[in-house]
Design a protein around this ligand. Structure first.
Ligand SMILES: C[S@@+](CC[C@H](N)C(=O)[O-])C[C@H]1O[C@@H](n2cnc3c(N)ncnc32)[C@H](O)[C@@H]1O
Length: 474
């Protein structure tokens, strides 16, 4: 923790209630300090820290009464220690300073402990207690309910990740907890679904139960459908089963996955799982985006390892952050240890170049056509090197032609990437297709105005999308 002492304008200092541990200013005390200032008494410097969002202002860490007295007596500049707290919690630092001259009241201590823990649940009771002048046990009692809610949140995350078959060391690392603590939580897992199951057996719907218990719907589906075969799972989910090679839906199933650019229908993942995997198989989704694959795997009773460069630890702990990066010194790397190899890969990459604005700057959607195809070539080889000989891949893609604003007759051969381009790269990497299933996007994505403009110019849009299923044997 660093600090410097300076004369700074009184008006550049604010009292930020967010990090002030007391209920209010004691005006009698300010009055006494104001008298002292008029009598020429020199005070210790007050302590401040730069405001995080307002670079010209400082917020008080210690000396709220002295600062108020300076203001009331018209002093323009004061001696202040400017602290860099180096990650230390500012509220607890301010509380530790406040109890020097006068203990916090019971209300203030309780409130400060709760506020500090709510902002940072990794703080322990002993540290909070030291800062607010209370015993660890007293702090335990102050925050017991908050901790219970938080523990439940943690238990739900562990339950979800464990149910998806993510190994313990990765769960512990992802959630920032010790292995021993994870093992303790896992020992409670068998009992965790009891109340959820009880509500399901009373006839409440999956959506009602999910809302009541703060679970996601796919997690409740994973309990509600436990022990059922794929056919019954489809029936309960309300999905018809297409037994031919054209799968068509007008919309995504909103119960699975988040609102995400390029979101695919869960029904499509359901069909892929039903046709090309078995219950409890391990599914790998290397660019999982909004999480349709892990959610559908929960409902279909498959394990799933999912990765994406976009990290959302709170809402999507099961999607582990990983950037498939060709430009790194070591080239493309595999994210996990050699143990555990998937039975099926579901790969839904973003389009190249033209969709760059939808994703992160480092996404492969920012690559040129050439670089994108080179990435895929290297990526398919990497997949082959790290999976079993029997592992299949379902590669989801769509023709991407440069049709915007261009009559069909003017489109050039090299403008886009089409089905045969993908097949070429796949074959060269040793992946051979057994099925090309049509899974067109809804034509409803072109609204009436757009369709009429396309008709006038003879533009031919794209709604074709394919699920190419591949194995590794010729
Ligand atoms: C088409 S989206 C996947 C959508 C997903 N199937 C769904 O339905 O929500 C493609 C994802 O690839 C991710 N992505 C793109 N380039 C990546 C890279 N180099 N490494 C890791 N993730 C990447 C993006 O962040 C994006 O979430």
């Amino acid at each position: 923790m660093t600090q410097q002492t300076k004369q700074i304008p009184v008006c550049s200092i604010i009292l930020d209630e967010d990090i002030y541990p007391r209920k209010g200013i004691d005006h009698r005390r300010v009055g006494i300090f104001a008298e002292n200032i008029r009598d020429g008494f020199a005070f210790d410097p007050i302590e401040v820290a730069p405001c995080p969002d307002k670079p010209d202002l400082y917020r008080l860490l210690d000396g709220a009464h002295r600062w108020s007295a300076f203001k009331s007596t018209g002093v323009e500049k004061v001696n202040a220690i400017i602290k860099d707290l180096d990650g230390k919690d500012p509220l607890l630092y301010a509380a530790a300073k406040a109890i020097g001259p006068k203990q916090l009241t019971e209300d203030e201590a309780r409130d400060t402990a709760r506020r500090a823990y709510s902002r940072n649940s990794s703080l322990n009771s002993a540290d909070i207690g030291k800062a607010i002048g209370r015993a660890r046990r007293t702090v335990d009692a102050y925050i017991a309910d908050l901790r219970a809610v938080n523990q439940m949140g943690l238990d739900i995350k562990i339950f979800r990740m464990n149910r998806l078959g993510i190994p313990q060391e990765r769960i512990a690392e992802r959630l920032g907890i010790a292995r021993t603590s994870l093992i303790y939580h896992l020992s409670k897992m068998a009992a965790l679904p009891n109340s959820t199951n009880a509500d399901l057996s009373k006839g409440f719907t999956v959506a009602q139960v999910a809302q009541k218990h703060g679970w996601t719907e796919p997690m409740v589906w994973s309990l509600a459908l436990e022990g059922k075969n794929d056919q019954d799972r489809f029936k309960e989910l309300g999905w018809g089963y297409c037994t031919w090679d054209k799968w068509e839906w007008n919309d995504c199933d909103k119960r699975f996955g988040d609102d995400w650019p390029g979101r695919i229908p869960a029904q499509m993942i359901g069909h892929i799982l039903r046709c090309f995997s078995k219950p409890d198989d391990l599914i790998l989704d290397p660019m999982a985006g909004g999480g349709v694959t892990p959610d559908t795997c929960l409902a279909m009773g498959r394990r799933c390892w999912a990765f994406d460069m976009k990290d959302r630890p709170e809402t999507r702990p099961e999607i582990e952050p990983f950037h498939w990066d060709m430009s790194s010194d070591q080239g493309l790397l595999w994210p996990v240890s050699a143990k555990g190899k998937p039975d099926l890969i579901i790969f839904d990459p973003p389009y190249f170049d033209k969709k760059a604005a939808d994703y992160d700057k480092k996404s492969i959607s920012g690559l040129s056509r050439k670089a994108y195809l080179e990435f895929l070539a290297a990526f398919f080889i990497l997949l082959k090197q790290n999976v079993k000989k029997t592992t299949r891949m379902a590669f989801i893609n769509a023709d991407w032609r440069d049709f915007q604003n261009k009559p069909a007759i003017e489109e050039k051969y090299k403008g886009g990437i089409l089905l045969d381009d993908y097949l070429d790269v796949l074959k060269k990497a040793g992946w051979y297709h057994t099925h090309i299933i049509q899974a067109p996007m809804s034509s409803q994505r072109f609204n009436a105005g757009v369709v009429s403009a396309m008709q006038k110019k003879n533009i031919l849009g794209v709604i074709s999308r394919y699920v190419i299923v591949l194995g590794q044997e010729c």
